[in-house]
Design a protein around this ligand. Structure first.
Ligand code: HSE
Length: 323
């Protein structure tokens, strides 16, 4: 039986309102990848689940490109071809980090295949170089909430967990929205007043999550850098935020570049169902069909599920050098 590596990567919600291109969280929805590399050239890709009909099954595939990227970074020419088996649960092009999950899955699995020559911070550099911004790939790699900065070419991120338990209610509209299109509507420059508005809220959001100051969350998800410009792409967006709050959420924001909308809901209020219903109904009022997912924070990030060697022996991963 051939050696294979099986990895699981969480979906992610970037920006968290005011933290445009910097903040993100990992949530409890996952894509799985099983990777087998071969000495001979040739690629076989099997895909089940979300996007199975439209994701390319050739050299253009982003998971495969990420595998190749890592092999190149390692200077490895031994492995020329491979077999990818993808099982996708993260909705494609909806703002839940499906492309980040694909990149991280390819890097993580290829790294494990080579016995982990790179640590997670190095994988973050690679993933950001491929994705273009760190706010989805960081939580996909590390789990929890992440705050990322780029310093020249280098990306730094720290991870943290909120002091209180929350549910994350995500409305998934039945239409895709490409990140490219959602970035095209953004202005090149913003006013100082809008910058200050976001700096304050992003700072308060991180502080409030770390210290457990719940009352600040009612303001801390608001944003002036990207959501106002994207609102026309998601009819009823602000009204749906208001409906979620009315039903008991702390607040809500666009998830990444959208079109998903995410509400932060206090676990102790047991109102996730009410928030879900309110969001679905409000979007319906604006002619948008949406399914609603109730998720938790993923605190683990991308991980190797098991490693099967060429004799078919299955083992839990060795204590990763990457941790
Ligand atoms: N920060 C990015 C954006 C996330 O809002 O455009 C999308 O991948």
């Amino acid at each position: 039986m051939a050696k294979s590596i099986h990895v699981r990567v969480p979906g992610t919600s970037a920006n968290c309102g005011p933290g445009f291109d910097c903040l993100g969280l990992a949530c409890s929805i996952y894509n799985d990848l099983t990777l087998t590399l071969t000495h001979e050239p040739g690629l076989r890709i099997d895909i089940a689940g979300d996007g199975a009909r439209i994701i390319p099954r050739d050299e253009r595939n982003i998971v495969w490109r990420s595998v190749r990227y890592l092999l190149d970074q390692a200077g490895n020419t031994e492995w020329q071809g491979g077999h990818l088996e993808m099982v996708n649960h993260i909705p494609l092009s909806r703002g839940l980090g499906s492309s980040a999950a694909a990149i991280v899955a390819g890097l993580k699995a290829a790294n494990a295949w080579l016995d982990s020559p790179f640590n997670r911070h190095q994988l973050l550099q690679f993933a950001t170089a491929i994705e273009g911004h760190p706010d989805n790939v960081a939580p996909a790699l590390f789990g929890g909430f992440t705050a990322s900065i780029t310093q020249g070419e280098k990306v730094e991120c720290f991870t943290f967990l909120p002091r209180y338990r929350m549910r994350y209610v995500v409305a998934v509209p039945d239409f895709p929205l490409s990140t490219r299109k959602a970035r095209e509507v953004l202005p090149e420059a913003v006013t100082r007043a809008d910058a200050v508005y976001n700096i304050g809220r992003a700072s308060v959001l991180v502080g409030a999550l770390c210290r457990g100051s719940e009352r600040f969350l009612q303001y801390a998800l608001d944003d002036k850098l990207h959501q106002p410009y994207r609102a026309s792409l998601i009819p009823g967006m602000y009204e749906t935020f208001a409906a979620a709050k009315e039903a008991g959420a702390y607040g809500a924001s666009l998830s990444g570049a959208g079109p998903c909308l995410i509400a932060f809901v206090p676990e102790k209020k047991h109102c996730a169902q009410d928030v879900a219903r309110a969001m679905r109904e409000k979007l319906r009022d604006f002619g948008i069909k949406a399914r609603v997912l109730g998720m938790r924070l993923d605190t683990r990030g991308a991980h190797v599920l098991h490693h099967q060697d060429a004799q078919g022996q299955v083992s839990a991963p060795a204590a990763p050098k990457e941790k």
